[in-house]
Design a binder for this molecule. Structure first.
Ligand SMILES: Nc1nc2c(c(=O)[nH]1)N(C=O)[C@@H](CNc1ccc(C(=O)N[C@@H](CCC(=O)O)C(=O)O)cc1)CN2
Ligand SMILES: Nc1nc2c(ncn2[C@@H]2O[C@H](COP(=O)(O)OP(=O)(O)OP(=O)(O)O)[C@@H](O)[C@H]2O)c(=O)[nH]1
Length: 473
């Protein structure tokens, strides 16, 4: 059974382990009596009070700070009590247990101090903040992303999303969309003059401007999602091309085993590296070749699975083998299978390795091929060009100021909005425009947009229509 949304909840709010300070937090309706029992008095709202924290028998647990945030002015929008104590795990467990126990003590009549106080589920405080309209869904996600951020750029942009920068963009789009919908839905009631009416109101101009704004937000959200989620880059190629060496060179560490023995890498090795703050999940795979070795064959099958799920593939070639017809034929066969297995939009970057040992004639093989890179995994020569090329295929447009963090979910929702607006444009441009279809596409666009911030507002749309249009005119 799902926990109920109106039970009071309690949890240790700080990271497990030993910290200088740790916090136990309680949120719910009617927390004031618990404050009285735990602290021995009422607390001034939102003011830190230093006091002894005791167990049921009056024995000392710790001295700490207590903070009471009466509803609605708190993180969750409910009454919140914080006990800030020394950050040892035992102290905090004792305090948490004391809260749960004190909640059960009888108050007047047959009521207890804080009936139903229970441990919080993960994310439940923030969920309450969302349910109580303190933050929207995108902001709630930004809180999780801020805590999880592994780069400074990700943290700063998550913080920007949390303070509402992304949500404001979505609201801007929503307002323009609602305006357009009002126009179309009102027109539905006057079928004789509908097209005229829409033309006068410049509906197609409004729609085009909305598309333009949407494309801007989409592109920025895509950048934000890139910063948060990164892309998956798979290094593929024949045995001994230098795949493991390349992973190590990119990571700046000896992660994968490098030997002159072909077929050394049997299973994938993954490492997340950062280029300009963009996380790249780089995967080294088993060398691709016909093999009779059972273990190696499984490794090769896995390599193809990884390739099929890649956002970009680095197809590595050994320059010192150029001129070897068998090697070239095997490369050509791999290229063909890559083309078959990969969806069209997944880029394959040809990487020509071992420039340090290649003959001039061999070096010419890669000569000027569009988008390909020649490098030496051993000396590091050419690695920067590869890094730039990777950022390029990832679609990274060097950190514009004021970037906000977004998720793949947001990008997908915005893409759905774009698709509905495109349909709407077609309907509007059609000779015999179907206004009901147009209205439906716009409605679906709004449903997708609302899913980003978590608002579902079909009813309030009607409110807007009737309050701002003079239908009886
Ligand atoms: N000790 C402590 N530090 C913390 C938190 C916390 O809950 N406790 N936070 C959370 O985990 C974050 C801060 N988030 C918060 C968000 C809103 C309110 C709050 O009291 N809001 C009121 C008043 C706003 C105001 O005075 O401007 C409100 O929204 O009405 C408090 C903390 C980070 N630091
Ligand atoms: N001279 C030179 N040798 C390299 C370079 N990169 C890799 N090698 C050598 O090539 C051999 C194979 O390198 P690996 O990185 O193990 O190759 P791999 O593609 O991972 O091989 P498998 O695991 O068999 O698929 C090793 O002896 C490396 O030292 C390079 O840029 N220059």
């Amino acid at each position: 059974m799902l926990p109920r949304h109106n039970d009071p909840i309690a949890a240790i709010a700080t990271a497990p382990g030993r910290g200088a300070v740790g916090i136990v937090r309680v949120s719910g309706k009617g927390v004031a009596p618990l404050v009285r029992v735990l602290c021995g008095r009422d607390l001034k709202p939102r003011e830190a009070t230093y006091l002894p924290l005791r167990d049921a028998a009056g024995g000392p647990i710790d001295h700490g700070l207590a903070l009471f945030f009466p509803a609605p002015h708190s993180y969750t929008g409910e009454d919140v009590l914080e006990l800030q104590a020394h950050g040892g795990p035992v102290v905090l467990q004792l305090l948490l247990a004391r809260c749960l126990e004190a909640a059960q003590e009888p108050l007047e009549g047959h009521r207890s101090v804080l009936p139903g106080l229970r441990l919080a589920q993960p994310g439940e405080f923030t969920e309450r903040a969302f349910l109580n309209d303190k933050i929207d869904l995108a902001q709630a996600e930004a809180i999780a992303d801020l805590i999880d951020a592994s780069t400074e750029a990700a943290a700063r942009s998550a913080s920007r999303s949390l303070s509402g920068a992304f949500s404001e963009e979505i609201h801007g789009l929503r307002d323009a969309l609602v305006h357009l919908r009002m126009l179309v839905e009102a027109t539905l009631d006057f079928p004789e003059e509908e097209i005229d009416f829409l033309q006068k109101a410049d509906a197609s101009g409004q729609l085009a401007r909305l598309r333009g704004k949407l494309d801007q937000v989409l592109s920025r959200a895509h950048q934000g999602a890139l910063l948060r989620e990164g892309i998956k880059v798979v290094i593929a190629g024949q045995p001994n091309a230098g795949k493991s060496s390349l992973l190590n060179a990119l990571a700046g560490a000896e992660l994968a085993i490098v030997t002159p023995i072909a077929g050394t890498t049997r299973d994938k090795v993954q490492q997340t590296i950062q280029i300009e703050g963009v996380p790249l999940h780089v995967i080294d795979t088993a060398g691709l070749r016909e093999s009779s070795d059972e273990v190696e064959r499984i490794g090769i099958a896995r390599a193809w699975d990884e390739i099929a799920a890649a956002d970009a593939v680095l197809f590595l070639h050994d320059l010192t083998r150029m001129g070897d017809n068998d090697y070239l034929a095997a490369d050509a066969a791999i290229a063909e299978t890559l083309a078959q297995k990969l969806p069209g939009q997944v880029p394959v970057i040809d990487v020509w390795n071992k420039t340090d040992r290649a003959e001039p004639a061999q070096l010419q093989v890669h000569g000027g091929r569009e988008g390909s890179v020649a490098l030496s995994a051993r000396t590091g020569d050419g690695l920067d060009a590869l890094r730039r090329r990777l950022l390029d295929v990832a679609g990274w447009q060097s950190a514009p100021e004021g970037l906000y963090l977004a998720r793949a979910r947001h990008v997908e929702a915005l893409q759905a909005v774009a698709a509905h607006l495109e349909e709407a444009e077609l309907q509007l441009a059609a000779q015999a425009a179907h206004l009901d279809l147009l209205a439906e596409e716009l409605r679906l666009a709004q449903v997708s947009l609302n899913s980003i911030t978590g608002e579902f507002s079909s009813d309030d749309l009607l409110g807007v229509i009737f309050s701002s249009f003079c239908i009886g005119k």
